[in-house]
Design a protein around this ligand. Structure first.
Ligand code: HEC
Length: 112
């Protein structure tokens, strides 16, 4: 059920049924923040996490990254490490970090 309720807003966004104002993200500011805060665990390139159980972020969808960070921030997605990390981020940080990691080349792809 948790999964379902999370998917509905995404589906509505995808269908263009919900209008969300578009804010410009700053990839460069995202990179600076990522190196300061996130690289220690997710790797400098977002693709070499320090532990296999830590997710790769490089090349992930921007919307997915942004949603994950906002959910950690609000505890809608519960994780002690990321919850504490995300609560230090401003709304702009979240936007910039998501844009930065989405811009990196990554091995993530959809199998067809
Ligand atoms: C102390 C280590 C650590 C730091 C620092 C850290 N993360 Fe994480 N991150 C994790 C772990 C562990 C998970 C997996 C948590 C889970 O299972 O939900 C995770 C998960 C994530 C996810 C969810 C990815 C997915 O595929 O579901 C995102 C997005 C993320 N981190 C972004 C960031 C960003 C951006 C920063 C810097 C602001 C950051 N993390 C800093 C350890 C860390």
């Amino acid at each position: 059920m948790i999964r379902f309720s999370r998917l509905v807003p995404v589906a509505l966004l995808g269908a263009g049924l919900v209008n969300v104002p578009v804010f410009a993200a700053n990839v460069e500011q995202g990179r600076v923040k990522a190196e300061q805060v996130c690289a220690a665990c997710h790797g400098k390139d977002g693709n070499t996490p320090i532990d296999p159980s830590y997710p790769r972020l490089a090349g992930q969808y921007k919307d997915f990254l942004e949603r994950a960070l906002l959910d950690y921030r609000s505890d809608a997605r519960k994780n002690p490490i990321m919850g504490a990390t995300a609560k230090q981020l401003t709304r702009d940080d979240v936007r910039n970090l998501a844009a930065y990691y989405a811009s990196l080349p990554g091995g993530l792809s959809v199998k067809k």
